[in-house]
Design a protein around this ligand. Sequence first.
Ligand SMILES: [Zn+2]
Length: 256
Amino acid sequence: MNMLTISPINAFSDNYIWLIRRGNRGFVVDPGEPGPVLTALNADGIELAGILVTHHHFDHTGAVAALKDETGCAVWGPPDSPAGPYDHTVAEGDTVSVLGVAFSVLNVPGHTLDHIAYYSPAEQALFCGDTLFVGGCGRVFEGTPPQMRASLEKLSRLPADTLIFCAHEYTLANLRFARLVEPENTELANFLSACERKREQNEPTVPSQISDELSCNPFLRWQSPEILKTLEAAGRLIDDSPDGIFTAVREWKNTA
Ligand SMILES: [Zn+2]
């Protein structure tokens, strides 16, 4: 039985700020904009008890100060963060109690160096910011491709039914690129169709599950013979190591 209810608040053009509720108390994850958060809280009479930050980018932290001023809530985030310091600094091995439910912190550098994720085995829920997306992954801005791949591999080893609450609705573009890289993957074709139907109804495609990502996300499929073949045929293969394949797919997506 899940104790928490998790729902998206739309922000900017394609961000999801996740609202975690238990009764009339709530947490939000990565609030970039205060307005939509305050509207959602007021609509349901929710008291904001805390904010979780995954990384320093403005579209994830822009509303932290305003929400803290308005509500007096506490903020958890990574150390050495350009958007910090936060009330509570957390890193790999630490646990955050979110409305009485334990979330473990995982270090997942690559998109930024300060990037962390929050995982609850009891809720089967992962808040991974801009590291793992449905069908894709964040750009490697501050870390290196091998560092990013190691972070993704760490997330991919979570239980298959873990729900991936990422911070953007990038799914259709990601899965259309994935089809280019792995055209014969029928699970991918089916998953793309299911996600297209959701978007037609204006529903979020997030969360997916780790199992979806393992079968469809080209950034986790460095063992796929078809991806290797496609990279070779496109003259994009750097080397056939997992890091080489990941790097080649990431570079292709950057320009696709
Ligand atoms: Zn980011």
